[in-house]
Design a protein around this ligand. Structure first.
Ligand code: SER
Length: 321
């Protein structure tokens, strides 16, 4: 069995932290990072890196064969807001990369696949609170349609070809190490940067819109945990609901204000409001908790504190630089 791991999209918001965490645990040389562009110093200097466009199946196969890859984490995707601007580009990127990876597993060139799904698989007709694992799914965004379709294909490849593919429906992910790009839940990160830089934030989501959210450390923990679980514990082969906390922009504002007394916010919802309105407010993740023991650790208060502590030094560096 090949034991090396390939991360596709290693320079992105999740990929960058996942790569470093896996390198810490498996040893640097066992984790091959790849992306269409180079990443920051910490990523580039800590282990092997390949420039790779994962929509190109033969380029992907070359990397897999060269490094004797056993597992792939496919973290490259076009997120919800950007996919609304470039629907065909979003669809092609999100689907093509998934098929390329699933086909490598079907042909026994790799053993295991992680592919992220999202709360975007749900739509306006889905029950909004404590959204169940199995429920109505009529997504209204390009991103959501691509993730829902991807889930069906993961399930199909598992059932038909025995592919060991594992997946999580990530909520909005909050982190400070690498900037996100093109998501609807990105407001919950931007707000910290603007609060610390300017003391003011213009929020593109309205004040009472609750969305499911999770701190990046919890998301990485969930990702590694589901990949390490015995195959017999993975009973859902489309994608698992995973949840941590849920809050509105106003609740996040209040939490930040506990640390930064003069922080001001204004609300100017834009096209992303409609996307947010189509998603659940909170998620029921009993299946993940029961099947493979998922637990989250970070509360809103703890996240707020970590974000402020993590971003503050970067802001003072910006001012000095
Ligand atoms: N965070 C993603 C987005 O906003 C949802 O999965 O697009």
């Amino acid at each position: 069995m090949n034991s090396k791991i390939l991360i596709i999209g290693a320079c992105g918001q999740i990929g960058s932290e996942l790569t470093l965490k896996l390198r810490e645990e498996h040893g640097n040389d066992f984790i091959i990072a790849s992306d269409i562009r180079e990443g920051d110093d910490a990523l580039m200097s800590s282990g092997p890196f390949e420039i790779l466009d994962a929509t190109d199946d033969s380029a992907l196969e070359d990397v897999v064969m060269h490094y004797e890859i056993g597992e792939i984490y496919l973290m490259a995707a076009m997120l919800s807001a950007t996919s609304e601007k470039f629907p065909m580009k979003g669809w092609n990127l999100n689907m093509k990369t998934l098929f390329n990876v699933l086909n490598l597993a079907k042909d026994f060139k790799i053993n295991k696949v992680f592919w992220p799904s999202s709360i975007a698989v749900f739509g306006p007709s889905t029950p909004k609170f404590d959204t169940p694992q199995n429920t109505i799914m009529e997504p209204t965004t390009v991103y959501g349609i691509s993730k829902q379709t991807g889930e069906r294909w993961c399930h199909y490849y598992h059932k038909r070809y025995g592919v060991d593919v594992r997946s999580l429906r990530y909520p909005g992910l909050i982190s400070y190490k690498t900037q996100p790009g093109g998501g609807t839940t990105d407001y919950a990160i931007e707000i910290f940067h603007e609060a610390l830089k300017k003391g003011h934030y213009d929020c593109f989501i309205s004040e009472n819109t609750a969305l499911p959210m999770m701190y990046m450390d919890d998301a990485i923990e969930a990702t590694i945990k589901i990949m390490r679980a015995p195959a017999s514990e993975i009973k859902v082969r489309s994608s698992y609901n995973v949840s941590a906390i849920s809050f509105t922009p106003d609740e996040l504002y209040q939490s930040i204000k506990n640390h930064l007394k003069d922080f001001q916010i204004e609300y100017h919802p834009d096209f992303r409001q409609e996307i947010a309105d189509s998603w659940p407010s909170s998620i029921d993740d009993t299946a993940a908790r029961n099947d493979w023991g998922w637990r989250h650790k970070y509360s809103l208060e703890k996240i707020t504190q970590e974000m402020i502590e993590g971003i503050s030094p970067k802001i003072s560096l910006d001012f000095e630089g």
